[in-house]
Each structure stands twice: as C-alpha cells, then as structure tokens.
Design a protein around this ligand. Structure first.
Ligand code: IMP
Length: 182
C-alpha cells in the first residue's frame, strides 16, 4: 500500500502551487525594501518546502530562520496547547519578521507565535501562509498573504504531514478519513 493510495483526491497540483508562490513572492517583494531586510521565520516542520520555494522567488535582501512548534499529537485535531520545540537563532528585536506557515487552522499556533515574538520587540510581524481553513478559525489572526483557502478536510503533502508521513508528496491532497481516527 503506497502513500498515494491513502489520498482521496488531489486538491492543488504542483504547477498550481509553484504559480501561486511566484505571485505571492512578487507581492512580498513589493511590500519590503532591501533596507527592511526581513527575517523569514519558517515554522517547522510543515513549511519547509514552502519556505524553500518562496525564498528562491524573492529578490529583496532577507534572512531566514527556523522555529519548530507543536500543537498536535499524532492525530488530526490540534491539542490546543502550543509548545516551542526549537526557538529562533536570530535576535528579532527591531527586525521585520515574516512568519512563513504551512496552514492556519484554528489560529491557535499563530496567535501563540505572534505573542511570543512580539514580546521580543520586532519592528513588524507579518504572516504568509500557504493554506488557510477559514471555517475552522477559533482565534481571529490577521494573515497578510494566503496561498489557497481549503475546505475543512485533513490535507497532506508539500510539507504537511499525518503522523510525520506524506510530507514528500509534491501536491496537496485530501487524506482518506479511514486512514485516521479522530
Ligand atoms: P492551528 O493552531 O489549529 O491553526 O493549527 C496549525 C497547525 O496545525 C499547522 O501548522 C499544521 O501543522 C497543523 N494542521 C492543521 N490542519 C492541518 C491539515 O489539514 N493537515 C496537516 N496539518 C494540519
């Protein structure tokens, strides 16, 4: 049984992902100057492919750093408790921070990260997420760039996992519900 057999349908193809990222990057390029030199904060692990593709379309000066947060156990519903597993290496005081996320679901992870980063006095915080599930939002977070809105289904691929697998799929697909138990 291959990973692909557990995908009910493909939501977003590799070509659609690349084309949307190119558009997002053009907007992000226009929003910052070279002097801003924003720090892109990749939220691990889900955003690793998104960050890798986005950074190659950006032509303004910028740096990247990584944070790992966890709000899930092995299931498909957020536990609601956000833990920092890996913190930033760079100092964000006075810096323009751009958080690069894979998906905003309830909004809990992002709102926690914003509070955590704001306490370190950055010059600004903006948010770019590849995916958003607006119907699941519990906390209203202002997201500056959204790649795609997706329905309330559990999606995997292009960095997003179920129990640490499926991240390698080149597309975003809906996981067959019978694969997991909520
Ligand atoms: P939130 O805190 O509920 O907004 O959840 C955000 C995090 O949950 C994301 O960064 C993902 O890691 C994970 N997540 C939410 N929905 C999905 C999904 O459909 N597939 C895979 N991971 C998801």
């Amino acid at each position: 049984m291959s990973l692909q057999d557990n995908i009910a349908r493909i939501l977003i193809s590799p070509a659609e992902i690349q084309s949307r990222i190119e558009t997002l990057a053009a907007e992000i390029n226009a929003a910052y100057t070279d002097e801003d030199r924003p720090l892109l904060v990749c939220v691990l692990k889900g955003a690793f492919l998104f960050l890798a593709d986005l950074t190659r379309f950006l032509d303004m000066r910028h740096e990247i750093d990584f944070m790992e947060v966890s709000s899930y156990g092995a299931g498909t519903r957020s536990s609601g408790v956000v833990r920092i597993l890996l913190d930033l290496e760079r100092n964000v005081e006075g810096r323009h921070v751009l958080i690069v996320e894979d998906i905003v679901d309830t909004g809990r992870t992002l709102s926690y990260m914003i509070r955590h980063l704001n306490a370190r006095n950055p010059a600004s915080i903006r948010i770019c997420t590849l995916l958003s599930k607006p119907s699941r939002r519990q906390i209203d977070v202002r997201v500056d760039w959204i790649g795609f809105e997706v329905p309330d289904e559990f999606v995997v691929g292009y960095g997003l996992d179920y129990a640490e697998e499926y991240r390698n799929l080149p597309y975003i697909g809906v996981l067959r519900p019978e694969v997991y138990r909520d």
